[in-house]
Write a protein that binds this ligand. Structure first.
Ligand SMILES: [Zn+2]
Length: 445
């Protein structure tokens, strides 16, 4: 048996995640993501451009390394609903005659995205945690883990030579309100069965910490929303639309003020509707406005009684077309007045376009006298000490860090070397790959 790992995308950047695992003649693809920062850099919409152009621009992963094996692909795994993991599926999945396998929430979002992109339907296979999909000599198993969007999965690819484990993205969060803690028991059991290789994210491998729980973010929101002087002012909160757990925290905290909570933004409406359909959180008692007409009406009506509302809006990255920028630009009767609170329950993704957009937005808000609360947020990515725990639980033979540039991949290699047991040696059992490279894990007769 031969096992080969193809580093297709996400090995030189944060974004455009795509890895392929070839076991003898069978290939399983893990994720097909987009590089959002590159898209912003070129200022284009993906709808207007075709795949080769987008690959040259670095927006989509260049999957030409798989050209020879197109007919050998038997499954495409969608690990979770973030665009840097599923955003390229509309353009690339159709090249392979294979179903896309994912949890109900991930597939629900993916189907919405494909509809928006006017892509033809693809074959989908829905899997729940703990389920196993047989693929000839291989089997795919989904394990529950936590992240910053619901129903994120670890994927275990069972082969006769051991397991290939895909852990991209995750955090170990034991206190989420809407999801159980990660399935540590099953992870440890797989570790005892024997893991041949682990492909693991490295976004925060350089952060010497354990990433705090969402419960901490909720408490930060509590401190910000309920413990500040805000009797008569407007309150606007923004966060990543895909972060249903955070939206729930905003709701729980916001309810204490007795104000009406209203959600505005097309992507927010999409994620909330799919979460509701999947039974993750019932939002039916709240007003959600995805379309511009409804949004305008709601914001215009609230303008007279700002003290009665909390608006949860899109635009935490300063995106010029999102609701928060539109409010700052004076497009609605709801204006920013001195003392109004704008709470950023998100980080700024550090790329030039976002940084510039956020700076412009904050300056406008400040011009009108808004109080700005930044970084009321915890990360969705594992820190160094989470990575150490996963490494100990799985004890893989080989490790392939992914989802980062050389700096982040190296940080992962460094943390593994700090174990001082010489198990992970660079080039032998710890492998730093670049996009387009392949790694042969050795053949056995
Ligand atoms: Zn993610």
């Amino acid at each position: 048996m031969t096992i080969e790992i193809f580093a297709v995308g996400g090995y030189e950047e944060v974004g455009q995640n795509m890895t392929a695992v070839k076991v003898d003649d069978q290939v399983v693809i893990m994720d097909m993501g987009i590089a959002l920062d590159k898209l912003l850099l070129w200022g284009e919409s993906t709808d207007a451009l075709e795949e080769p152009e987008l690959q040259r621009m670095g927006v989509l992963p260049d999957d030409s390394v798989l050209d020879k094996y197109r007919n050998n692909v038997t499954a495409i795994i969608a690990s979770h609903a973030h665009l840097d993991h599923i955003g390229a599926m509309g353009k690339l999945a159709k090249k392979y005659n294979a179903p896309i396998v994912g949890t109900p929430f991930t597939l629900g979002i993916l189907k919405e995205n494909l509809r928006e992109e006017k892509q033809k339907p693809t074959k989908f296979v829905e899997m729940q945690f703990g389920e196993v999909m047989e693929l000839g000599d291989l089997a795919i198993e989904f394990l529950h883990v936590t992240h910053s969007t619901p129903q994120t999965t670890f994927t275990a690819l069972h082969t006769s030579e051991g397991i290939v484990f895909y852990a991209n993205d995750y955090k170990f969060d034991n206190y989420q309100a809407l999801e159980k803690p990660p399935d540590y028991k099953r992870i440890e059991k797989l570790g005892r069965e024997g893991v041949k290789a682990m492909i693991v994210e490295s976004v925060r491998a350089d952060d010497p910490s354990k990433t705090p729980s969402e419960l901490v973010a909720k408490q930060m929101l509590n401190d910000t929303i309920t413990e500040t002087l805000n009797d008569n002012n407007g309150i606007l909160v923004t966060c990543f639309s895909s972060h249903i757990e955070r939206l729930n925290s905003i709701l729980e905290v916001g309810k204490k003020l007795g104000r009406q909570i209203v959600f505005c933004g097309s992507s927010m409406s999409k994620y909330m509707n799919v979460a509701q359909k999947c039974g993750i959180r019932d939002f039916s008692e709240f007003e959600i406005y995805g379309r511009s007409k409804g949004r305008k009406k709601a914001l215009n009506e609230a303008a007279k009684n700002k003290q009665d509302y909390i608006f949860v809006v899109t635009g935490g990255q300063g995106e010029p077309n999102a609701v928060l920028s539109r409010i700052a630009n004076g497009e609605y009767e709801y204006k920013i007045d001195p003392g109004d609170e704008v709470i950023f329950s998100c980080s700024t993704i550090p790329n030039p376009s976002n940084m510039a957009n956020r700076d412009i937005l904050e300056r406008k808000l400040q011009f009108y006298g808004a109080r700005i609360f930044r970084d009321v947020h915890v990360s969705g990515h594992a820190g160094k000490e989470d990575h150490r725990d996963l490494l100990t639980m799985l004890n893989p033979e080989h490790v392939i860090p992914c989802h980062g540039g050389l700096d982040k991949l190296s940080s992962y290699a460094k943390l593994a070397s700090e174990r001082r047991d010489d198990k992970y040696l660079l080039g032998e059992t710890m492998h730093i790959l670049q996009n387009g490279q392949r790694l042969d894990l050795g053949a056995k007769a």
